[in-house]
Write a protein that binds this ligand. Structure first.
Ligand code: ADP
Length: 542
């Protein structure tokens, strides 16, 4: 017997309808690419999204076609997402920090039909557009007064393009499983892979993000996603903030400490989200300028492991709660969040920080387990680590145009490529990427744990650990270190500092000092490149 309730497809544009009608006056504040702060509200964003959708149909864009954006977080980018999804087309965010060849590869794989681009990235597009034959029109996200001269053909200024339509338009309606958006993984291992979000997965992910124990958002909040829209589906904030009626503050191109601080304080932001490097930069700025964060209640930190010192500084110096989350492009993207609860009341401050360094619990809709290499489940004892596998309604089922059976089990458990342990309460801690974990004498050593320990040394600026071949143990850890300016710690100083803080057999066999460590476009250590750089290195006893 079926239930007797209505079929109401979970469609992304229903979110902006809700925000526009129930929270219409709520402000959407952006730092524009042109410079000044721009103010609008959800009512206007909805109207312009409808106008966008109508204008897109005048271009002949049909359901399922991919529309690329290469843009900062602004109101124009926001209305583009809703306008695109409102006719069943697919927003495809491009990360401008990738190598041009990777961008070309991704755009061709996605067969992008149109591109909406910010002024900042026009020079980059001028160099690559000819290599994307599917691209029929480029719209520059600015007004006529700021439209630059360009070598590109078929280019138009956004405000003029948009003005050719009015907002008298009805959203299209369709199956909630229809594609809504697309984002490529950064391709640190092999070619980038396209993840295609559906309307249903985006709406469900937004509903779970507003849970109090996830990002948590309400109409009383001012939410600022510092994480760019082009990084892993904007961590769902483009849907979660309007859904909850939170005021939306968009930082545009201002990603430096001063600009972020200015918006956090002047716009009275209560909740914000970004990767640890952004917060390290903000904390340095606050320190230097004796800044305060009186309105900020909580900060969501994810994308890579959040250093303990960052969590501690936010909480003890600035009275801001930290939510440490884990996720990936393939999960829409949030998969778990670390929130302290009554179970932790008895812990000392240091023990509470230990818990907060974990990536936390999956929330409802995310199932999680760890297995060995043969897919056998490993115990949830907070110590044993294994391959982290997840499933749920906002987890990828397969990649665009590809099937990768090794990552997608028959029972839909997705192998994240991360290695983690999970304790009896479901608190998960990432210990490595499966390709980076060091396999020594049949046991696994966490490279991340060693890196975190090494950066705790006061004279170490950055540290990376890779496995290098060893005749007896297969692999042994090698620690690669960038010293802080004007500091000269020795190999012995650093190993002495680490001694006793990890199992003896985990201790790196050697330390190599370097001036730089390669990074991916999203700021993670590029271990493939590092291993290549170190391929001629031999351990002292190997
Ligand atoms: P990109 O490499 O483009 O940033 P993703 O955002 O999809 O792509 O990266 C996801 C990966 O980032 C995860 O599989 C995990 O390895 C890492 N990651 C994300 N959040 C955390 C976290 N809080 N702690 C440790 N690693 C994390």
């Amino acid at each position: 017997m079926l239930g007797t309730m209505q079929e109401w497809p979970l469609l992304c544009h229903k979110i902006i309808d809700h925000a526009g009608t129930c929270h219409g006056d709520r402000e959407v504040v952006s730092r524009s690419v042109e410079g000044p702060i721009h103010r609008t509200n959800y009512r206007e964003v909805r109207k312009r999204s409808l106008q966008f959708a109508k204008r897109l149909t005048m271009e002949g864009v049909r359901s399922g076609e991919r529309i690329a954006t290469m843009a900062w977080n602004t109101w124009r980018h926001l209305e583009a997402w809703y306008g695109i999804t409102g006719i069943g087309a697919v927003y495809h965010t491009l990360n401008p920090r990738l190598f041009p060849q990777q961008i070309i590869w991704i755009m061709n794989d996605a067969e992008d039909r149109m591109l909406f681009v910010d002024l900042t990235f026009l020079p980059l597009i001028e160099k690559i557009a000819a290599e994307v034959p599917s691209l029929r029109k480029i719209v520059v996200l600015t007004d006529a007064a700021h439209m630059p001269a360009t070598t590109l053909a078929d280019v138009i200024c956004y405000e003029e393009w948009l003005a050719e339509a009015d907002d008298d338009f009805d959203w299209k309606s369709f199956d909630e499983r229809t594609a809504a958006g697309m984002c490529y993984t950064s391709g640190t291992t092999g070619d980038p892979k396209g993840v295609v979000y559906s309307h249903r997965s985006n709406v469900i992910h937004a509903m779970t993000s507003v849970f109090p124990d996830v990002i948590g958002m309400s109409s009383g909040d001012s939410m600022m996603p510092v994480v760019p829209f082009f990084h892993a589906n904007a961590w769902g904030t483009v849907f979660a903030a309007p859904m909850s009626g939170a005021r939306f503050v968009l930082p545009g191109p201002g990603m430096d400490g001063k600009s972020i601080y200015e918006l956090l304080t002047k716009e009275k932001v209560t909740v914000t989200a970004a990767v640890p490097t952004i917060w390290l930069m903000l904390l340095q700025y606050l320190e230097k300028e004796s800044g305060k964060l009186p309105d900020l209640d909580r900060v969501f930190i994810g994308g890579s492991a959040c250093p303990r010192s960052v969590i501690d500084a936010f909480q003890t110096k600035y009275d801001v709660k930290v939510r440490h989350g884990w996720g990936m492009t393939e999960l829409s993207p949030i998969g778990s969040v670390c929130v302290l609860n009554a179970d932790h009341d008895e812990l000392t401050p240091a023990e509470r920080l230990d818990v907060q360094c974990k990536q936390g619990q999956p929330f409802f809709t995310v199932e999680m387990k760890i297995t060995d290499d043969d897919d056998k489940e490993r115990p949830k004892d907070g110590k044993t680590f294994g391959r982290l596998k997840v499933r749920g309604p906002a987890v990828v089922d397969h990649y665009f145009k590809r099937r990768s059976p090794e990552q997608f089990g028959e029972d839909h458990w997705f192998d994240t490529g991360d290695v983690a342990h999970i304790d009896e309460h479901g608190y998960m801690q990432i210990t490595d990427r499966s390709k980076d974990v060091i396999k020594s004498g049949g046991e696994w050593i966490s490279s991340i744990e060693l890196e975190n320990l090494a950066v705790g040394h006061p004279q170490v600026a950055e540290a990376a650990v890779i496995g290098v071949p060893h005749p007896k143990w297969d692999e042994r850890p090698l620690l690669i270190v960038i010293r802080k300016p004007d500091q000269m710690p020795s190999r012995e100083d650093i190993l002495g500092f680490m001694q006793g803080k990890v199992a003896k057999w985990w201790m790196p066999d050697d330390v190599v000092f370097v001036d730089s460590i390669p990074h991916t476009a999203t700021g993670k250590i590029l271990k493939t490149e590092l291993r290549e750089q170190m391929k001629d290195y031999r351990l002292p006893d190997a």
